[in-house]
Design a protein around this ligand. Structure first.
Ligand code: ADP
Length: 276
């Protein structure tokens, strides 16, 4: 198991504002890692430091074995950054835009293959300005991956997507992950984190307040369950035992049985509430 990103004691201030206050983070190679947190929590500052776009005040940071504060072009070529859509290329076609970006990289992928990967083959000859919001976002991803990066940063990739476009985009991210690409995702959508991420970290006030898989975060897997059935409900730490008792009582199927643990959103809101 190798480490793609290693952070210890990361600190960043803007004047009086402590944007990031001693943050530790380890992201493994090949992992899909989601960073969650309310507005102003320090997500963008952290991610931009990892991308080499901002200077830190203190702390150790290693991204693909390199300090992003000392980034070289060779390192940049290994890191894909999916930015919010650049509209300045609106008059170029999809194919022209992807080809243009491919030239910046020493070992780029075939532009037409990348266009196919992001599901835009039919739009390859269309101008960027003629695309829908979701299609433009796919162009952004194409530009982020055409250099064959080992690590991709995605900043709120599906904001403004309709549900179907989001599902398709998730499939695209899964196929990137299946190729072994490490993916760091910031998102406001908890269902997105749950669908895509191997692990998630919740940042509040410049610190990580919880970290784990979407199923274990904040004690989710061991939180008490709410069991409901046709004639009643109970909160219990031992739902299996309760279901066994109910099954005996009903002599078979329990009418209307439901067992619910807290959702990722419930856990997230608790964590954020505690941090405030
Ligand atoms: P998030 O991405 O989680 O919304 P940010 O990293 O953008 O959080 O911001 C963290 C804190 O730092 C906020 O209080 C924000 O107002 C402040 N901040 C971010 N960028 C700057 C900047 N360039 N100058 C001054 N303050 C900033």
């Amino acid at each position: 198991m190798t480490t793609a990103i290693h952070v210890r004691g990361l600190t960043k201030r803007y004047g009086e504002v402590h944007a990031v206050g001693g943050l530790d983070l380890d992201i493994r190679t090949g992992e899909v890692f989601a960073i969650l947190g309310p507005n102003g929590a320090g997500k963008s500052t952290t991610v931009e430091i990892l991308e080499g776009y901002r200077k830190r005040d203190a702390g150790e940071v290693s991204v693909l074995g390199v300090d992003p504060g000392q980034a070289t072009s060779a390192w940049r070529a290994r890191v894909g950054i999916v930015l919010q859509t650049a509209n300045d290329a609106a008059e170029l076609t999809v194919r022209e835009t992807v080809r243009h970006f491919a030239r910046y990289y020493p070992n780029s992928k075939d532009p037409d293959e990348v266009i196919a990967t992001v599901g835009l083959s039919e739009k390859a000859g269309a101008r960027i300005r003629q695309l829908s919001g979701g299609q433009r976002r796919r162009v952004d991803v194409a530009l982020g991956i055409v250099g064959r990066p080992e690590l991709v940063f995605l900043d709120e990739p599906t904001t403004g997507f309709d549900p179907e476009a989001r599902r398709q985009f998730w499939d695209l991210i899964r196929s990137l992950a299946a190729e072994g690409t490490t993916i760091v995702l910031t998102t406001h959508y908890l269902d997105e984190a749950e669908a895509l991420a191997d692990r998630v970290a919740v940042i509040a006030k410049g610190r990580i307040v919880a970290e784990g898989t979407p199923h274990t975060l904040g004690g989710r897997a061991t939180a008490s369950a709410r069991v409901t059935w046709a004639d009643g409900y109970a909160e219990t730490d031992t739902p299996t035992a309760l279901v066994r008792t109910l099954a005996e009582k009903y002599d078979g199927e329990i009418p209307g049985l439901q067992i619910v643990r807290p959702s990722l959103e419930d856990i997230y809101l608790d964590l954020i509430g505690d941090a405030e």
